[in-house]
Ligand binder design. Structure first.
Ligand SMILES: [Fe+2]
Length: 480
């Protein structure tokens, strides 16, 4: 069986005459708009005319780097798309409207795809809220046992059980996710706190990744001859910063391979093929190059450095003109007031309500603020959430006063916020590219951005997702 790495978390599997794609991003970038693209890093191009047409495509979850509608639109209509039973209906409908056939796999039950079998396992319940619907994919063959693709969620008990009890046959390859996404030194991460609170976890260290791959996964799953790691393989345009730390495949391979005693560790680059074959009782793996994935020249990380201090200066969707600003602000206030009752009634909102002390002493009813910018950070309008009547009001304060008197808040550009609320931009794109936050406490999962990940998810706001998929289907985005 060949396991071909296509970049980020996309894979292709070939065995005999059977071809399966997992979470395919087939274009050079992913993203939902022309204005903001996430380019697969290291750069590569897929020659679609030479790619074997898939007998099935597995989608492990609905996130942008796994469920890439633009790539599914490139496949011949009627392609069989396999999803887990927690895959959102709005995403399923979007695939069907492309002319494909969606098949829901019962949890942990294999289905045949010609010579191979595919099964999906729900990830561990302890995964982050927005990753609870992620499935692990298992591709099984009679001769080579199973390849497990972890995808983003924590490894589930049932997968560990089935792997250890031999239900999946020999495990020939485990593909782990490096989801640390640690920005280069000095660049802002998604959960960064504008308050000097040393908030959040220390950034994941390379040694954490080493431990996860070399110790934690084999301890859980049992004997595995081959491990591969992927993830963190994209850069944004317009750029925020260069590639993530610990996403350099060659360096990781150099460090990890000699440290591993019990299994071979592979950190592939896009286009590399892990060719698994049985030699007696052993599973051997040769690393070859796919002929239909072309490596392109990749920009050096130095070329991104000047972006890192200025990333918030410009919006994704551009400046709102003077003649449109009044309407844009009214629209933004209306969307905030739609969210306000939800915000105050959730555990996050209740935590905000319980925060009675801030920098200058006791705080009043305004506990959460949104500072709306119009490209230049000096042009700012703020709205504060009064938790006593669950409504946002304009704040007559300077940028500094808002930050020092309201304990929780976000910074966002007006055009981008309105695009989010119109289904023209997805929350993950906005949060990773052009949103800042401040919050009390040390837990980044109890922060405005983490809360927005839940609030704007495909389940909670399916109408926004449906509009976005409609927009994608009716437009031809760059990179395709
Ligand atoms: Fe992912």
């Amino acid at each position: 069986m060949d396991a071909i790495f296509l970049g980020q978390q996309s894979w292709a599997f070939h065995a005999g005459g059977t071809n399966i794609l997992v979470d395919p991003v087939l274009s050079e970038s992913f993203g939902t708009s022309e204005e903001l693209q996430f380019r697969i890093y290291p750069y590569r191009r897929i020659n679609l005319s030479a790619m074997p047409p898939p007998d099935a495509v597995v989608i492990t979850n609905e996130h942008l780097d796994h469920f890439h509608l633009q790539s599914l639109m490139l496949l011949r209509p009627g392609t069989r798309i396999l999803v887990g039973d927690l895959f959102p209906d709005v995403c399923r409908r979007a695939i069907e409207e492309c002319g494909h056939v969606v098949q829901t796999l019962p949890d942990e039950r294999p289905v045949k795809v010609k010579d191979l079998a595919v099964s999906l396992y729900r990830c561990a319940p302890a995964s982050k809220f927005w990753e609870k619907r992620v499935c692990h994919a298992v591709i099984s063959s009679i001769h080579l046992g199973s390849v497990i693709i972890q995808s983003d969620g924590l490894v589930s008990e049932s997968l560990i059980r089935d792997a250890r009890m031999g239900v999946l046959g020999d495990i020939s390859l485990f593909i782990a996710t490096n989801n640390a996404q640690v920005p280069p030194q000095g660049a802002a991460g998604t959960y960064e706190n504008l308050l000097p609170l040393n908030a959040g976890r220390p950034p994941a260290l390379g040694v954490d990744i080493f431990h996860e791959v070399l110790c934690a996964i084999p301890e859980q799953v049992g004997s595995i001859p081959h491990l591969a790691v992927c993830g963190g393989g994209y850069v944004q345009f317009p750029a925020k910063h260069g590639h993530f730390r610990w996403s350099d495949a060659r360096a990781l391979q150099r460090y990890l391979a000699p440290l591993s005693l019990a299994q071979m560790v592979h950190i592939p680059e896009p286009g590399q093929c892990l060719r698994l074959r049985r030699c007696g009782d052993e599973i051997e793996c040769d690393v070859t190059q796919s002929h239909w994935v072309e490596r392109l020249d990749t920009a050096s990380s130095e070329s991104f450095v000047h972006m890192e201090s200025e990333w918030f200066q410009r919006s994704v969707f551009g400046e709102v003109s003077n003649s449109e600003i009044k309407d844009a602000l009214e629209q933004a206030l209306a969307s905030l007031n739609f969210l306000a009752p939800i915000l105050v009634s959730t555990p996050f909102g209740q935590g905000v309500a319980a925060c009675h002390q801030y920098v200058g002493g006791p705080v009043g009813g305004i506990r959460f603020a949104v500072r709306l910018f119009n490209d230049s950070p000096s042009m700012m309008t703020s709205f504060g959430l009064d938790i006593t009547d669950a409504k946002f009001f304009p704040l007559e304060m300077t940028e500094e006063e808002v930050l020092t008197s309201v304990p929780f808040g976000i910074d966002v550009h007006i055009a981008d916020w309105n695009a989010l609320n119109e289904g023209r931009l997805q929350i993950w794109e906005l949060a990773t590219a052009r949103m800042r936050q401040w919050y009390m406490g040390m837990d980044p999962l109890f922060s405005p951005i983490a809360f927005f990940y839940c609030l704007f998810s495909e389940q909670v706001r399916p109408s926004l997702a449906a509009r976005m998929y409609q927009h994608i289907r009716s437009s031809k985005l760059p990179g395709i």
